[in-house]
Design a protein around this ligand. Structure first.
Ligand SMILES: C[S@@+](CC[C@H](N)C(=O)[O-])C[C@H]1O[C@@H](n2cnc3c(N)ncnc32)[C@H](O)[C@@H]1O
Length: 313
């Protein structure tokens, strides 16, 4: 697959699971100021996406899943956002299915597929919600289910979403998730800030005008005290999964709905459903996401692996 690209107007998203309720639900949530426009943020990110960021996303995915490649495996990207990790998985050899609740995110992923994998029938992109039980049942099971970096805790029903992703993992398969750490009263404050951000344009301006300078100053103070180059945190930020600092800030400030969980409750949830923990990276009681990779106990069937076998009951 080539790394060359060209930019163009984002295409209309495919809708493999026509579901008027979910689509209108997304628009209604936006209208009520109850949802962040993730897709718009990703659209801006695509303008700066380059080969280095793609390679960094590949590297981080290999490290997360502790694999060299994903040849012969099916990869389900739940809440694909920009589509960067779908692209990374495809470049690592996986058959990829990507979906997102936000039509603008679906369009971003479709645009990445158009740029880097035109006519690739091993990568499908569609609109769907991880909360939609009948859609989830239609997806079958997959060797890797990737719902990392801020998907399930932005659904508005984290525990239902967690229940659903567990059903999507094939025996012997992996599930990667990242869930905001529960910081008690601090989490309540952050929820309020995100709610203000999403409420209207004035709310957005107030939140950005206060929080972004605060992030810059906090970083500067910490670098000066730690005798580090204060510019390095920005110039080297792409090492963080290939992301861009401003997009991550906006995603953080606006990312709503916003729910949190303690790492042990996530661990207990999956252990009770036949998973074992393969990898855990916590934020050590601070702000941010705890990252988990679970392995579903069982042996992969050699006959399985098309990623859309019998519906799960
Ligand atoms: C922070 S982005 C993460 C994007 C990407 N997975 C990554 O790692 O960069 C969260 C994404 O989850 C999507 N999302 C939120 N609720 C969803 C739902 N119910 N079903 C599927 N996707 C959802 C959002 O639209 C958004 O694109």
């Amino acid at each position: 697959m080539s790394l060359s690209s060209s930019s163009a107007t984002l295409p209309e998203p495919a809708r493999a699971s026509p579901n008027e309720h979910e689509t209108t639900d997304h628009a209604r949530q936006l209208g009520r100021g109850e949802r962040f426009r993730f897709g718009e943020n990703w659209r801006r990110f695509l303008d700066v996406l380059d080969d280095d960021r793609i390679r960094e996303a590949e590297r981080s995915l290999r490290e997360l899943l502790a694999v060299n490649d994903l040849s012969g495996r099916s990869f389900l990207d739940v809440g694909c956002g920009s589509g960067l990790f779908s692209l990374a998985a495809r470049r690592l050899g996986a058959r990829v299915r990507s979906f997102d609740f936000d039509p603008a995110s679906v369009a971003c992923t479709a645009e990445l597929r158009r740029r880097y994998a035109t006519d690739d029938d091993e990568w499908t992109v569609e609109e769907g919600s991880v909360l939609d039980a009948s859609y989830v049942d239609s997806l079958g099971t997959h060797d890797v289910v990737y719902a990392a970096w801020g998907v399930l805790h932005h659904t508005g029903a984290t525990w239902r979403a967690l229940e659903h992703v567990a059903r999507l993992v094939a025996p012997g398969g992996s599930l990667a998730i990242a869930i905001y750490n529960d910081q008690g009263s601090w989490s309540h404050r952050w929820r309020f800030i995100k709610r203000v951000y999403c409420s209207n344009a004035a709310g957005r301006r107030v939140v950005c005008a206060t929080c972004i300078p605060a992030f810059v100053v906090r970083g500067l103070v910490s670098d000066v005290i730690g005798r580090r180059n204060p510019f390095a945190r920005y110039t080297e930020y792409r090492r963080n999964r290939g992301m861009l600092v401003l997009h991550d800030w906006i995603d953080w400030l606006g990312g709503y709905p916003f729910e949190v969980a303690k790492p042990e409750t996530i661990f207990d949830h999956f252990r009770a459903r036949g998973f074992e923990l393969a990898r855990l990276t916590t934020v050590g009681g601070t702000v941010g996401c705890n990252e988990f990779v679970f392995a579903r106990i069982g042996t992969a069937s050699p006959a399985r692996g098309q990623g859309a076998d019998a519906p799960i009951s």
